[in-house]
Structure formats: structure tokens, C-alpha cells
Design a protein around this ligand. Structure first.
Ligand code: AP5
Length: 244
């Protein structure tokens, strides 16, 4: 009979020890529930892994989850693909379902970073309902504020290592060897929607449908505005200051 339990005897001691140390360090960290909101290329995906490690949170990026579903050609992926290719938003119903499921993961025990969700006021209201049932709420919304004019260069220069999600930029964060992932040496790829033409629709969707989400949370007094046009390291310092 298949079992969900893992045979720990087969896990190398070094891995067990480092996981144990990580869990001990995490035990003293306060719970945090964060939303990262900003236009395409504003740096949400770049800052998320740093915040995740610092505060022991899970990183839930709806864009990554949807791209994985598209690649695996699941029923969800087949429904999402057309909207994503055009730079439009996928329906609220689809994304709320995947977030609801993902938040139940054990790695979200200390809280989560929502990256790219909620993107409409409808999604924000549904998220509030979900959290209310669990007796918790969003602590902070980080607003990656940036001028649209900066974003084309960031988006068209981005390269990704699909297996790990590591992100590079030809000018701002180049890999050691052009076109190859620093850790595995595997080839980097560009996202299908990372073109100047599709960026226009993505920005349009952001201003029309997502900007009101910032107003929605501003009324609750939990939005922290970041200067996302600054260099990566300076944005990280701002994030740490806001969250400390
Ligand atoms: P998604 O994957 O969420 O894309 P996005 O919001 O458009 O955001 P990006 O991933 O493009 O930008 P980012 O802010 O993470 O930038 P990054 O840190 O990589 O969504 C894709 C699609 O999925 C949507 O269009 C929609 O169709 C669908 N979707 C997803 N969520 C949905 C939802 N909730 N509802 C409905 N539909 C949904 O940085 C970009 C580049 O800049 C990198 O190369 C990086 O190295 C560089 N960089 C980062 N920071 C700096 C800095 N400070 N200085 C210089 N360079 C920097």
C-alpha cells in the first residue's frame, strides 16, 4: 500500500541537520502574512526568496503556479494559457482556488508571501473571507511602486532558470556565464510574455484591475510603499526596515 510518510533513514545526515537547525531558528520568528503588489518587473519575485528565508514563510506566486499548470497541460493550465499569453488576467475563480489549496502546505505554517495575488478587488475580498475563517489577517502589503518607463528594460532583459525559478538580468543581475544558470550550468530561458508588446497589456491590466487593490488595503492602513526603482540591494534594505 502506498504511504505518504518518508523513510528518513535514506536522507543524508547533513540534510537532516541543516533542516533541524533551520526549524529551530524559525521557531523564534513571529508569524507574518504578506502581500507583494506591483507592476510586472517591479521586483516582487526578486525580493520574495530573501523575505522567505529571513522570516521562514512560504512563497506563493500565482504566476509561477499558473506557468507550471500550463507546462503540465492540466485542465487549469489549458484554461489559463490564452489569457496569460495575451497579458490578460486569468479568472478570479481559478486563482482563488489555487491559493486556497496552496496555503494549506506545511511550509506556510509561519505565514506566507503572496506574490502576484490578489490582483483584483474581488480576489482581495475572497482572500479576506478565507483568512477570516482561519482567524488570521494580512499583516502588511508591500507596494512595489515604480515608474512604467523603467519596466520594459527590466522585463525584456530577464532570463530564468525554469527548474529553480532563479532569475537573472542581462544588465542588472547577469549570470556568471551568459545564458547559463550559476548553480546547475543549465540553459536559461525567457518567459513567453516577456516581450515589449505583451508588457503593454500586462501594464494595462495592472493599472485598471490591480491598482484599486492597493487602495483597498490602504483604507485598512497596512500598505508600505517601497521605492522599487532603486538598486536591488537598496530595495531589500527598505523591505527589511518595513518588516522589522
Ligand atoms: P506573474 O508571473 O505574477 O508576473 P508579473 O506580476 O507580471 O510579475 P513579474 O514576474 O513579471 O515581475 P516581478 O515583479 O516578479 O519582477 P522580477 O523580480 O522578476 O504573472 C504572469 C501572468 O499570470 C499574468 O499576466 C496573468 O495572466 C497571470 N496571473 C498571475 N497571477 C494572477 C492573478 N492573481 N490573477 C489573475 N491572473 C494572474 O524582476 C524583473 C527583472 O528585473 C529581473 O530580471 C530582475 O533581475 C530585475 N530586477 C529586479 N529588481 C531589480 C532592481 N531593484 N533593480 C534592477 N533590476 C531589478
Amino acid at each position: 500500500m502506498a504511504t505518504n510518510s518518508m523513510n528518513l533513514e535514506d536522507v543524508p545526515s547533513e540534510s537532516l541537520m541543516s533542516e533541524l537547525l533551520r526549524r529551530m531558528k524559525c521557531a523564534s520568528k513571529p508569524d507574518k502574512r504578506l502581500i507583494l503588489i506591483g507592476p510586472p518587473g517591479s521586483g516582487k519575485g526578486t525580493q520574495s526568496p530573501i523575505i522567505k528565508d529571513e522570516y521562514c514563510l512560504c512563497h506563493l506566486a500565482t504566476g509561477d503556479m499558473l506557468r507550471a499548470a500550463v507546462a503540465a497541460k492540466t485542465p487549469l493550465g489549458i484554461k489559463a494559457k490564452e489569457a496569460m499569453d495575451k497579458g490578460e488576467l486569468v479568472s478570479d475563480e481559478l486563482v482563488v482556488g489555487i491559493i486556497d489549496e496552496a496555503m494549506k502546505k506545511p511550509s506556510c505554517k509561519k505565514g506566507f508571501i503572496l506574490d502576484g495575488f490578489p490582483r483584483t478587488v474581488g480576489q482581495a475580498q475572497k482572500l479576506d473571507d478565507m483568512l477570516e475563517k482561519q482567524g488570521v489577517k494580512i499583516d502588511k502589503v508591500l507596494d512595489f511602486a515604480i515608474d512604467d518607463a523603467v519596466l520594459e528594460e527590466r522585463i525584456t532583459g530577464r532570463w530564468i532558470h525554469p527548474a529553480s525559478g532563479r532569475t537573472y538580468h542581462t544588465k542588472f543581475a547577469p549570470p556568471k556565464v551568459p545564458g547559463l544558470d550559476d548553480v546547475t550550468g543549465e540553459p536559461l530561458v525567457q518567459r513567453k510574455d516577456d516581450t515589449a508588446a505583451v508588457l503593454k497589456s500586462r501594464l494595462d491590466a495592472f493599472h485598471k484591475q490591480t491598482q484599486p487593490v492597493i487602495d483597498y488595503y490602504s483604507e485598512k492602513g497596512i500598505v508600505a510603499k517601497l521605492h522599487a526603482e532603486k538598486p536591488q540591494k537598496e530595495v531589500t534594505d527598505e523591505v527589511k526596515k518595513v518588516l522589522s
